[in-house]
Design a protein around this ligand. Structure first.
Ligand code: CA
Length: 236
C-alpha cells in the first residue's frame, strides 16, 4: 500500500514516514499543496495523509481537487491532519471529502491505527485496483479469485480457502518483502488472534501444496531462516 504524506513541517513529516515505514507501508512525502496534487497524479497512492495548513494550496483545497478528479482515476482515502482548534469544524464537515481526521499532536500508535482502519475500509469496498499480477499468478482481491498462469497464455483457477487466499494476496502485494509471523498474523487475523504463532507455518504449508510445483522445494513462498517468509516471482 502506498501512502502520500503531505506536511510542510519536516520534523512531523519524517516522524509519520518513519512510523508508517516501520509498519511496512511505502511512503513518499511532500511539503506543499501544489506538489501534493502533482505527486497524487503521478503515484496514485492508496492513502493520503494531508495536513490542513499548507503553503500555496491548503489541505481543504487539495482534498477538494482530488475529489474532483476524472472518473476512473483511483480514489484515495484521505486522512486530514489538523492542529488543535484549527478549523476542526470545517474538517469534520462532510463537504471536505476527507475520510477521517487526526488532531495534532497524535501518537504514532494512533496514526497507524487510523491508517489501518482506512485500509480495512478500502479492502472491504474493493478499492477497484486490487489486482496483482506476477509472471506466474494473478490475484484479484475484489473478486476473491487467484489464478496460476500456465504455458501459452492459459491459466488455471486456484482453489484456496479464505485464509490461504488472504495469505497469497498479502504475499503478492509486496513481492520480496520478508514477513515475520507476527506481521502475517496481524494481516490475516488482526486483533482477533489468540494462539500459537506456528499456526502461520501450517497455512503456509497448505498454500505451498496448492501453488508450488514442488512444495518441498518452494519456488515462490520461501522460508527466510530465523525470520519468516517471503514471496518471490518475476513481475510482468
Ligand atoms: Ca502545516
Amino acid at each position: 500500500m502506498d501512502i502520500l504524506i503531505v506536511e510542510d513541517e519536516s520534523e512531523i513529516a519524517k516522524l509519520i514516514q518513519l512510523t508508517l515505514e516501520r509498519e511496512g507501508f511505502n511512503c513518499c512525502c511532500c511539503g506543499d499543496g501544489l506538489e501534493a496534487l502533482q505527486a497524487f497524479r503521478q503515484q496514485q497512492p492508496d492513502v493520503i495523509i494531508l495536513d490542513l495548513m499548507l503553503p500555496h494550496l491548503d489541505g481543504l483545497e487539495v482534498c477538494a481537487r482530488i475529489r474532483q478528479q476524472q472518473p476512473g482515476a483511483k480514489d484515495p482515502y484521505i486522512l486530514m491532519l489538523t492542529a488543535k482548534g484549527e478549523e476542526i469544524d470545517r474538517v469534520i464537515g462532510l463537504s471536505t471529502g476527507a475520510d477521517d481526521y487526526l488532531v495534532k499532536p497524535f501518537s504514532p500508535t494512533e496514526l497507524v491505527a487510523r491508517v489501518r482502519a482506512l485500509l480495512r475500509r478500502s479492502l472491504r469496498h474493493g478499492g477497484g485496483h486490487l489486482i496483482y499480477r506476477t509472471q506466474h499468478f494473478t490475484v484479484n482481491v475484489d473478486q476473491h479469485t487467484a489464478e496460476r498462469h500456465l504455458e501459452q497464455g492459459h491459466s488455471e483457477a486456484l482453489e484456496l480457502t479464505t485464509l490461504e487466499f488472504n495469505l497469497l494476496a498479502t504475499f503478492i502485494s509486496q513481492p520480496s518483502r520478508v514477513w515475520n509471523r507476527t506481521q502475517l498474523i496481524d494481516k490475516l487475523w488482526g486483533d482477533d488472534f489468540f494462539g500459537d504463532e506456528r499456526v502461520v507455518d501450517t497455512h503456509v504449508a497448505r498454500l505451498r501444496k496448492k501453488i508450488e510445483l514442488d512444495p518441498a522445494h518452494p519456488q515462490f513462498v520461501k522460508t527466510v531462516i530465523g525470520v519468516g517468509y517471503k514471496f518471490e516471482d518475476e513481475g510482468v
